[in-house]
Design a protein around this ligand. Sequence first.
Ligand code: SF4
Length: 70
Amino acid sequence: MTMRLTVDWTACEGRGLCGELLPELLDQDPWGYPMPREGGGTATVPAELTGHARRATRVCPTLALRLRRA
Ligand code: SF4
């Protein structure tokens, strides 16, 4: 099952926590805001990274990350 990770820019406060947990999918801008490598605020999550993506969504302090079926 393909999953997509989405960043809610209105909720994100930067600091880069998710980028540190999921560097395979998220770059960080100079202020620590996550920049999905695919652009557009979303990233396709390979099956082998689903667990890491779930963890990143759980620890986001502002609930700005969403993991959904593609
Ligand atoms: S963990 Fe949440 S608040 Fe922090 S940079 Fe990532 S999306 Fe933004």
